[in-house]
Ligand binder design. Structure first.
Ligand code: ADP
Length: 274
């Protein structure tokens, strides 16, 4: 446990000296009605967290739900790229208007607010956390059945802000096989437990490659341990996604909305059960 600063508003510990109960959740603005909030987390970057977030949103949208994605990976935003959006978000006197994707998914990401999308975000931690809160309080989301939050990798400052300030209904942990060691999953599970947020399950990305000739699954990183890990922490295994060059192309061309396959069906069914 970190040394106590006696500032309970910035701390998630449930210790005996806590003076102010759990930190207050930020209210939605009067124009928003967001019903379920799902965080997508990973222990480190590059494991496919944004891809999984985007595919979940697309799956929800295909089922007819009003869907939104909040890109809380403020310094490494990639939701605009994945959905092929290079325009800017506009605002009015009521707040910031989310950008709408081709299939009608509402999106908000730092890249929509920067003068150039290649501009680096060199903000201090408190400003970054403030931006995440504003994505919740100042964006005119209106009616949303499912909001998926692309969380920053790891268990740092901004992740803490999301857990403390936003009413997260559950999280999905994304890991790749080489990083699917108990420690990384355990850190994410423990953080969610500390914050009283249910872990919906585990997604293993880049699990294997399928031979284009014979269809055999090749486990590049050795035999998958995901089943054992899921069992150890009593978590449902929601998906094992192969390395698929079509997915890379969908992502890189901004065409994630036309991805093929049922990769996220089981995961989304678990979300629907919340
Ligand atoms: P993260 O959000 O964890 O940093 P991304 O979702 O941005 O990771 O993925 C990083 C890169 O890896 C992207 O270019 C994406 O297209 C590619 N990628 C991720 N998962 C897969 C996969 N299963 N098959 C092919 N490419 C993938």
């Amino acid at each position: 446990m970190a040394e106590c600063t006696h500032d309970c508003s910035t701390c998630g510990e449930n210790c005996a000296e806590r003076t102010s109960g759990a930190p207050a959740k930020k209210p939605q603005n009067q124009y928003s009605n967001i019903k379920k909030v799902i965080g997508i987390v990973s222990g480190k970057g590059g494991v496919g967290k944004s891809l999984v977030t985007s595919m979940l949103a697309v799956t929800a949208r295909r089922k007819g739900y009003s869907t939104a994605v909040m890109d809380a990976d403020i310094t490494g935003p990639s939701i605009g790229r994945t959905f092929g959006i290079h325009t800017k978000a506009m605002g009015n006197s009521k707040g910031i208007i989310p950008v709408i994707s081709r299939t009608g998914i509402k999106l908000m990401s730092t890249n929509f607010l920067l003068p150039e999308e290649t501009d680096p975000v060199t903000w201090r931690g408190s400003i970054i956390s403030g931006a995440v809160e504003q994505f919740w309080t100042d964006v005119l989301w209106e009616d949303v059945d499912y909001m998926f939050i692309d969380m920053p990798p790891g268990t740092g400052d901004v992740a803490l802000t999301v857990y403390q300030s936003l009413p997260v209904d559950g999280i999905i942990i994304v890991a790749s096989p080489q990083d699917l060691v108990a420690m990384i999953v355990e850190k994410a599970v423990k953080m969610a437990n500390m914050m009283n947020v249910p872990v919906i399950g585990l997604v293993e990305n880049m699990s294997y490659v399928e031979c284009p000739d014979c269809g055999r699954k090749i486990y590049l990183f050795g035999e998958s341990k995901v089943g054992a890990t899921a069992k150890k922490y009593n978590l449902p295994l929601l998906a094992e996604i192969p390395i698929d060059s079509k997915l890379t192309k969908n992502c890189d061309d901004g065409l994630i909305e036309i991805f093929e396959g049922d990769y996220m069906d089981k995961a989304f069914r678990a979300v629907e059960k919340l």
